[in-house]
Design a protein around this ligand. Structure first.
Ligand code: 0RA
Length: 647
C-alpha cells in the first residue's frame, strides 16, 4: 500500500448525518439497547483499532472495564487525525467523533476491512454515551476532547507532548439509552480471544477494575496468537482427539479478497465450521462457506475415486460425510462485503465462492498427495461416516414408520394439552416420573403438556447417531415435539413445520444433578435441533430454592440474596419464628406449589435459551460432554465458584 495514497488528510472525511438520529433510533445503528447492544459499543471502537493493525500501524490494543462500567480502549495506531477540516472549520478529531459515518470508512481511498456488519463508527458510540473522552497521541503531541451524549463539552485541547502514536477512548454508556449498563468480562474476553486468532501478531489485553485478584492487582487476561487460525482450530478442538498431526492450513489472495482457512479432523461425529468475514462471525455461513465445502467435496471425491477407495460401498458418499469430525475456520477479508439473511449473518458476494474454492482446493489436493498416511485415515473416517449415516437413516425411518402404524404416534408417557395451537402450547420436559406426576397434577391442561424424561438422558456428544434414534427418551422427544430430521440433497435438515409447542421448557431440580441433566438435554437440542434454540423455542424453568415461613406467611426465594431480604422484611434473623425450607428437588413441592412457583405464567421465571455465542457454547459443550478430561477439569476449576454446591 503506498503511503501517499493511503495518507489521510482531514479533508477526506465526509459529513453525512447528525447524531440525533442515533439517539432517537439506537436499535437501527447498534442492533439493540440490551446487553448485546451495550457490548456492541465496545466492538465499534475496537474495530477502528483493528483497522489500524490491519493497515500495519497498531500492535497493541488494551481494554479496561472501570469500576463504574465505563470502558477505555487504548491502541498504538496512527491516532485520529487532529488537523483542521477545511470545509467544516473544525478539528478532524471533532468531526470523526461527532459526525455519523465520518470515520473515513465511506471514503473509497481509505481501505477498510474490519467491521462491516454494523460498522457505524465511533461517533455512534459517542452519541450513545453520557460521557466520552478521546485522547490522541500524534505528531509529538497529546490532544484531548470531551463529549456528553455526542456533543463536545469543550474544544480540542493540546495537553502535552508524546513520543508515541495512538488513540485512547474512554466512554460511559448512557443510562437513558441502555437497559443494562453492566459489562460482562467473559463476553469481552471471548471476543478478544477470537480477535487474537483472527489477527495474528496483535496483542490484546483486558483488565477488569471491578475485581481484584489475590495479589491485589486487577483481574486481567492477555490474548496473542502467533499461528492465527491454526491455533484457533486447536483451541476449539481442545477437548477432541485429533485425527491428523497438524491442521491443514490455507492462505490465498485473489482480486483483493484474502482467504485464510485452517482445518482439522477429529474423532468426533460433528461438523464445526466457524466462518468470518472481516473479523465478523457469519453464523449463517454464505458464499465463503459454500466455496470451502465445494472444495472439500470435489478434492476428496476425486482423490477417493482416483484411488478406488469407494469401490466397495453400496451407497453414495455425501458432502456431509466428508465433513464429519471436521473442525474448520474459514476467514475472508472482503473490501465491500454484502450481508444477507435474517440476522445479516450470511455473506452474499458471489465472487467469493470461486475464490475460496480455488484456494482451498489447491492446497487440499497437494496435501492429500503429500500425506498418504493422513489421507488414508481421513478417507477411512469418511467411509465410516457414510456407513453410520446410512444406518442412522434406516433407524430414523423405522421410528417414523412405527409412528404411522400406532395412529396418533404420540408417546404413551406424554400428557398432552388440549389446545392444538402451537403458538399457545407449552411442553414441560421433566426430570423423572415422580416430578412428572406432580407437574401433571399442577399444570393447566388446556395449554401445558408434560413429558417426563428418565433421569440421565443419552449423552449425544459421545453416542453414534443411529443409537440416538433408537433411544427411547429421544424418540419420545421427536414424536412429542412433532419434528423430524429429513434428508435434503444428502444433508440432514430439521423439519419444524409441525412443531406442536412454541414453548419447550426444561424443568429440572435446582441442584448439581439437575444442572447436569439440563446440560445433557441442551446438548441434544444443540446438536440435533439447533433451529429450535435459534428461533427461541427453548426455555429453562427456574424452581425456587427456598420457602421462608413465618406463621401463615409464606414467601419463596430464588436465591440467597432474596432469602436474606425476605427474612429482613419479616423482622430479621433474630425473630427465629422464621423458618427456611430449602427445596432440594421438584419432588419436595406439591402440585399447587409447583404450579404457583414454576409453571404459572403469571408468577414463574423462565430463562430463554439463546445462542448468544454459538461458538463458545459449542466449545463448552464438547468440553463438558466430550472425551478429554484435563480441559474439563480446568474448566470446572476456574468456574468452580459459580457451581451450585449442594449442602
Ligand atoms: C480516521 C482516520 C484515520 C484513523 C482513524 C480515524 C482512527 C480512529 C480510531 C478510533 C480508535 N482508534 C483509532 N485509530 C485511528 C487514519 C489516520 C491517518 O491516515 O493518519
Amino acid at each position: 500500500m503506498s503511503e501517499n495514497k493511503s495518507n489521510y488528510s482531514a479533508n477526506n472525511i465526509q459529513a453525512l448525518e447528525g447524531l440525533e438520529a442515533v439517539r432517537k433510533r439506537p436499535g437501527m445503528y447498534i442492533g439493540s439497547t440490551d446487553t448485546k447492544g451495550l457490548h456492541h459499543l465496545v466492538w465499534e471502537v475496537v474495530d477502528n483499532s483493528i483497522d489500524e493493525h490491519l493497515a500495519g500501524h497498531a500492535s497493541h490494543i488494551d481494554m479496561i472495564i472501570h469500576k463504574d462500567n465505563s470502558i477505555t480502549v487504548v491502541d498504538n495506531g496512527r491516532g485520529i487525525p487532529t488537523g483542521m477540516h477545511e470545509k467544516l472549520k473544525k478539528s478532524a478529531l471533532e468531526v470523526v467523533m461527532t459526525v455519523l459515518h465520518a470515520g473515513g470508512k465511506f471514503d473509497k481511498d481509505t481501505y477498510k476491512v474490519s467491521g462491516g456488519l454494523h460498522g457505524v463508527g465511533v461517533s455512534c458510540v459517542n452519541a450513545l454515551s453520557s460521557y466520552l473522552r478521546a485522547e490522541v497521541h500524534r505528531e509529538g503531541k497529546i490532544f484531548e476532547q470531551e463529549y456528553a451524549q455526542g456533543k463536545p463539552t469543550g474544544e480540542v485541547k493540546e495537553i502535552g507532548e508524546s513520543d508515541k502514536n495512538g488513540t485512547t477512548i474512554t466512554f460511559k454508556p448512557d443510562g437513558e439509552i441502555f437497559e443494562s449498563l453492566v459489562y460482562n468480562f467473559d463476553t469481552l474476553a471471548a471476543r478478544m480471544r477470537e480477535l487474537s486468532y483472527l489477527n495474528k501478531g496483535l496483542h490484546l489485553k483486558l483488565t477488569d477494575e471491578r475485581e481484584e485478584n489475590e495479589e491485589g492487582g486487577y483481574k486481567s487476561a492477555k490474548f496473542y496468537s502467533e499461528g492465527g487460525l491454526k491455533e484457533f482450530v486447536a483451541f476449539v478442538d481442545e477437548s477432541r482427539t485429533p485425527l491428523i498431526s497438524t491442521p491443514i492450513y490455507v492462505t490465498g489472495k485473489e482480486d483483493n479478497v484474502e482467504v485464510e482457512v485452517a482445518m482439522q479432523y477429529n474423532t468426533s461425529y460433528s461438523e464445526n465450521i466457524y466462518s468470518f468475514v472481516n473479523n465478523i462471525n457469519t453464523r449463517e455461513g454464505g458464499t465463503h462457506v459454500s466455496g470451502f465445502r465445494r472444495a472439500v467435496n470435489r478434492v476428496f471425491s476425486k482423490y477417493a475415486e482416483d484411488n478406488g477407495l469407494f469401490s466397495k460401498l453400496k451407497f453414495k458418499v455425501s458432502g456431509e460425510d466428508f465433513r464429519e469430525g471436521l473442525t474448520s475456520v474459514v476467514s475472508v477479508k472482503v473490501p465491500e462485503p454484502q450481508f444477507k439473511g435474517q440476522t445479516k449473518g450470511e455473506l452474499g458476494n458471489q465472487e467469493v465462492t470461486g475464490i475460496v474454492s480455488r484456494a482451498v482446493g489447491e492446497v487440499l489436493a497437494h496435501y492429500l498427495e503429500e500425506n498418504p498416511k493422513d489421507s488414508k485415515r481421513i478417507v477411512e473416517k469418511v467411509i465410516l461416516a457414510a456407513t453410520a449415516r446410512h444406518a442412522a437413516r434406516k433407524a430414523r425411518e423405522m421410528v417414523q414408520r412405527k409412528n404411522v402404524l400406532t395412529g396418533s404416534g404420540l408417546p404413551g408417557k406424554l400428557s398432552d394439552c388440549s389446545s392444538k395451537d402451537p403458538g399457545e402450547s407449552e411442553i414441560f420436559l421433566v426430570e423423572g416420573d415422580s416430578a412428572g406426576g406432580t407437574a401433571k397434577q399442577g399444570r393447566d391442561r388446556t395449554f401445558q403438556a408434560i413429558l417426563p424424561l428418565r433421569g440421565k438422558i443419552l449423552n449425544v456428544e459421545k453416542a453414534l447417531e443411529h443409537k440416538i434414534y433408537e433411544n427411547e427418551e429421544i424418540k419420545n422427544l421427536f414424536t412429542a415435539l412433532g419434528v423430524s430430521i429429513e434428508d435434503k440433497d444428502g444433508e440432514r435438515v430439521l423439519n419444524i413445520e409441525k412443531l406442536r409447542y412454541h414453548k419447550i421448557v426444561i424443568m429440572c431440580d435446582a441442584d448439581v444433578d439437575g444442572s447436569h441433566i439440563v446440560t445433557l438435554i441442551l446438548t441434544f437440542f444443540f446438536r440435533y435441533m439447533k433451529p429450535l434454540i435459534e428461533q427461541g423455542f427453548i426455555y429453562i424453568a427456574a424452581p425456587p430454592l427456598y420457602l421462608v415461613k413465618k406463621g401463615n406467611t409464606k414467601v419463596y426465594a430464588w436465591n440467597e440474596e432474596e432469602r436474606k431480604e425476605i427474612i429482613t422484611n419479616m423482622g430479621g434473623p433474630e425473630t427465629s419464628g422464621i423458618k427456611t425450607q430449602r427445596y432440594k428437588g421438584l419432588g419436595e413441592m406439591n402440585a399447587d406449589q409447583l404450579w404457583e412457583t414454576t409453571m404459572d405464567p403469571e408468577e414463574r421465571i423462565l430463562r430463554q435459551v439463546t445462542i448468544e455465542d454459538a461458538n463458545e457454547s459449542d466449545r463448552i459443550f464438547s468440553m463438558l460432554m466430550g472425551d478429554e478430561v484435563p480441559p474439563r477439569r480446568r474448566f470446572i476449576e476456574t468456574n468452580a465458584k459459580y457451581a451450585n454446591i449442594d449442602v
